[in-house]
Structure formats: structure tokens, C-alpha cells
Design a protein around this ligand. Structure first.
Ligand SMILES: [Zn+2]
Length: 101
């Protein structure tokens, strides 16, 4: 058991809002701020999930740095992959045009 920071009523560890005064006990909590939520969001949003990572109250600071690092590496990989794909498309286009210029 913990207590509400506003009215000091006892609140349950799992409560998101105080039962007595209705204060939000955990801004930055909820499913998207959990590890599972962040990983799922990262798959969709990529590096844009970073604000969620850093406002989360559910994951530790070292975990936030790990996510930041992984997302940075992922972004670099994506840029690299897109560049490779671009080169492939260029090669393919040249082949289709009869061996280039
Ligand atoms: Zn309260």
C-alpha cells in the first residue's frame, strides 16, 4: 500500500487514480508505457516512440537508455537498408533499360 501524494489517503499499488480525490497517481503509466507496450509501439513507430520511453514511469532509466540506443541503431539500420534498396532499384532500372548508359 502507498498513499496519494495529494490527499494522503491510502491507495492500492495498482490504482491509476486516487479513490478519494481522483488524482492521477501515475502519469506515464498504462500499457503503452510498459516494456511490452513500448516494444510493440517501436515496431510501428520506430524512433518516434522515444518520447513515450522517456515519459514512462514504469521502466528504469538504464532501460530507457537501452531503448534509446536500440532505436538509434535501428534507425541507422533502416537508413542503411533504404540506401541499399535504393541502389538495388537503380541497378535494376539500369538493367531494364539495357545495361545502363
Ligand atoms: Zn487522493
Amino acid at each position: 500500500m502507498t498513499e496519494c501524494p495529494r490527499c494522503h489517503c491510502p491507495v492500492d499499488e495498482t490504482d491509476n487514480f486516487c479513490r478519494a480525490c481522483g488524482r492521477s497517481l501515475r502519469p506515464g503509466t498504462g500499457f503503452v508505457f510498459s516494456h511490452t507496450g513500448i516494444i510493440l509501439l517501436a515496431l510501428v513507430l520506430g524512433p518516434f516512440v522515444l518520447p513515450v520511453v522517456w515519459t514512462s514511469k514504469l521502466i528504469s532509466t538504464p532501460a530507457k537508455w537501452i531503448y534509446t540506443l536500440l532505436l538509434a541503431l535501428f534507425s541507422i539500420y533502416l537508413v542503411h537498408a533504404f540506401y541499399q534498396a535504393y541502389l538495388l532499384v537503380q541497378d535494376a532500372a539500369q538493367l531494364m533499360l539495357g545495361g545502363g548508359f
